[in-house]
Design a protein around this ligand. Structure first.
Ligand SMILES: [Zn+2]
Length: 123
């Protein structure tokens, strides 16, 4: 059955989620910067050269890193939509502000719950 996590466990999960978001956004930003440095987009008519010549990498880096930082910032500002679950009937949905389940339960954020086997609960 679904049970609510203890407050210290919730705090730990919250920190892990926050750190994971920072890392995922950083990977996206770094890939964006690398793309802007490595993919050649100026003077495409000269000869087809998909890779920027090495001597231009350094001069492209500041603008590419600035765009990457912007991407990182925008990704971190984006608020994820939490998923909610009804512990009674296990219906799930995105959090839409309506927490009453049509089958009589009450939706809770799935991040704040954990699944435990009924036998392991103290009677
Ligand atoms: Zn329900």
């Amino acid at each position: 059955m679904w049970v609510r996590c203890a407050p210290d466990e919730l705090e730990l999960r919250r920190k892990e989620r926050g750190w994971r978001r920072v890392k995922e956004a950083a990977v996206c930003a770094a890939l964006m910067s690398l793309f802007l440095i490595l993919v050649y987009w100026e003077r495409p008519t000269r000869t087809f050269n998909a890779l920027t010549p090495g001597e231009e990498w350094l001069s492209r880096a500041p603008a590419a890193i600035a765009v990457g930082a912007l991407v990182w910032f925008l990704l971190l500002r984006e608020k994820p939509r939490p998923t909610v679950i009804c512990p009674k009937c296990e219906a799930t949905k995105y959090h839409d502000g309506i927490l009453v389940c049509q089958f009589g339960g009450r939706f809770e954020k799935v991040d704040e719950l954990k699944w435990v086997e009924s036998e392991s609960l103290p009677k």
